[in-house]
Write a protein that binds this ligand. Structure first.
Ligand code: SF4
Length: 316
């Protein structure tokens, strides 16, 4: 039986960002330097394929520092950690490497600087996400107020409306965040914040590519994990930008083929923690069923690279 034709639009940029690339390198280099096991507090990046691969090489993933022995190195994930975590590791004289993305660390420094200037902090982010927990944890518990939606802004109870600052999670929806920042500025005109928000280049670029691609597509797949904030935002952005059906998949096996019945165009992108090999697997699954023509939708070219910490560049 002859295959039906399908135009497959491929978003660029997609997949791995510089912070994820660096975090994975940190675990691999730590394993090379110190041997297995190396402990990693929280999934180094939100991707099961990546985590399973590192586990096979000798990484042990835990959720708390209490689960790590004193005499093995521990790595903190790309999402960042509350200040109390490295402090506890130092107290136990553990060897630790911080794989927090430098763009998240920049937000941590911003939050501390505002607090040092006597401003009360508001964080725009998702409750419980490790990055939000890490950023709020740069200051004493209860000092940072969290807002997740425009509606939350109306209810936030501040100490002094004249002495406020805000920071944001790096992986939010650019458009939703603009609305929340606007609501904050309307209610608290004196609030201080970054020029726009703290959403990183990788999140912004992946959302822009999806906005350009979505209107051309009958359906769209985002390769990424269900706990990956930036992957989930790509699904939402695709829907808002006019794609009638958007789905998050971890692997080709997750594709709901029945939902794709009758399509002639398909968009594919991937969250910042999804490796290219999984995108290739998904493309191959389409090639197996359709006569595929691939077209790139490129809205930016990325050349960002972050160095790994010095301790891993020095010999053991
Ligand atoms: S998504 Fe952005 S903030 Fe998060 S690791 Fe990648 S570059 Fe860093």
């Amino acid at each position: 039986m002859s295959k039906m034709p399908l135009t497959l639009y491929l978003a660029a940029p997609r997949g791995f960002c510089a912070g994820v690339d660096r975090a994975i390198k940190i675990v691999e280099m730590a394993l090379d330097k110190w041997g297995a096991p190396v402990f990693v507090r929280h999934e180094i990046v939100h991707n099961k394929f990546v985590v399973d691969g590192l586990r096979d090489k000798g990484a042990v993933f835990v959720e708390t520092l209490d689960e790590c022995p004193d005499d093995r190195p521990v790595i903190f994930s790309a999402h960042g950690v509350p200040k109390a975590v490295p402090a506890a590791a130092a107290k136990r004289e553990m060897v630790y490497v911080d794989a927090t993305c430098p763009l998240v660390s920049k937000v941590h420094i911003e939050a501390q600087r505002h607090a040092d200037n006597g401003l009360q902090m508001i964080m725009i982010g998702h409750a419980g996400h490790p990055e939000t927990v890490g950023t709020m944890g740069q200051l004493p518990e209860g000092d940072v107020l969290l807002v997740e939606t425009v509606e939350d802004v109306a209810h936030v109870d501040v100490r002094d409306p004249e002495r406020l600052a805000f920071v944001t999670q790096t992986t939010l929806s650019v458009d939703d965040t603009i609305d929340i920042v606007e609501a904050l500025k309307t209610r608290f005109p004196a609030i201080v914040g970054p020029h726009k928000e703290d959403i990183c280049y990788a999140t912004t670029n992946r959302q822009e590519a999806v906005k350009a691609m979505a209107p051309k597509c009958d359906a769209m797949l985002v390769v990424g994990a269900p706990n990956s904030s930036n992957s989930k935002r790509l699904v939402e952005v695709g829907t808002k930008a006019g794609c009638p059906y958007s789905q998050l998949v971890q692997r080709a096996a997750d594709i709901d083929w029945r939902a794709l019945d009758g399509i002639t165009s398909m968009g594919i992108t991937a969250g910042a923690s999804a490796p290219e090999v999984l995108i290739e697997e998904v493309i191959q699954a389409f090639r197996d069923r359709y006569e595929v023509t691939v077209e790139m939708v490129e809205t930016a070219v990325e050349n960002v690279e972050f160095k790994v910490p010095r301790v891993l560049r020095e010999p053991a």
